[in-house]
Design a protein around this ligand. Structure first.
Ligand SMILES: [Zn+2]
Ligand SMILES: [Zn+2]
Length: 125
């Protein structure tokens, strides 16, 4: 059973969209990240990519919860991945939808988005 009430969940959902409008898109934008494909293949037991399902982008170097909403299109600078994971930095499409720009705020992929949305609403994450 969820420990959130329906009203909490609705408010958290609204707060997530306020923090990152892409969180309201269904399906979520794919962001243009390019998946690393491990040459190990299906039987690569114990591999964090093949077996663990870890997603890594070969363009920006982002990993799962450290992925930006939109791929910046170039390698992220040192330290960016941690900031993205912490929900402090994101790369998103600008209003024209043509250019990826760096902004302060959580990505749709970071677990910090949920925590920050809960903080905004005033419920425990
Ligand atoms: Zn990427
Ligand atoms: Zn593998």
């Amino acid at each position: 059973m969820s420990r959130y009430s329906d009203a909490d969940l609705a408010a958290i959902s609204e707060a997530r969209i306020a923090l990152n409008p892409a969180a309201g898109q269904d399906p979520p934008p794919d962001g243009g990240h390019v998946a690393y494909v491990c040459p190990g293949g299906e039987d690569h037991w114990g591999c964090m990519f093949c077996d663990g399902g870890l997603f890594a982008c070969i363009v920006c170097g982002g990993l799962d919860g450290g992925l930006t909403t939109q791929c910046p299109g170039t390698r992220m600078m040192a330290g960016y991945r941690q900031l993205v994971y912490a929900g402090e930095l994101d790369c998103r499409l600008d209003p024209t939808g043509e250019r990826a720009v760096w902004v302060d705020g959580p990505s749709i992929h970071t677990p910090a988005l949920w925590r920050l949305a809960c903080e905004r609403v005033g419920v425990r994450a």
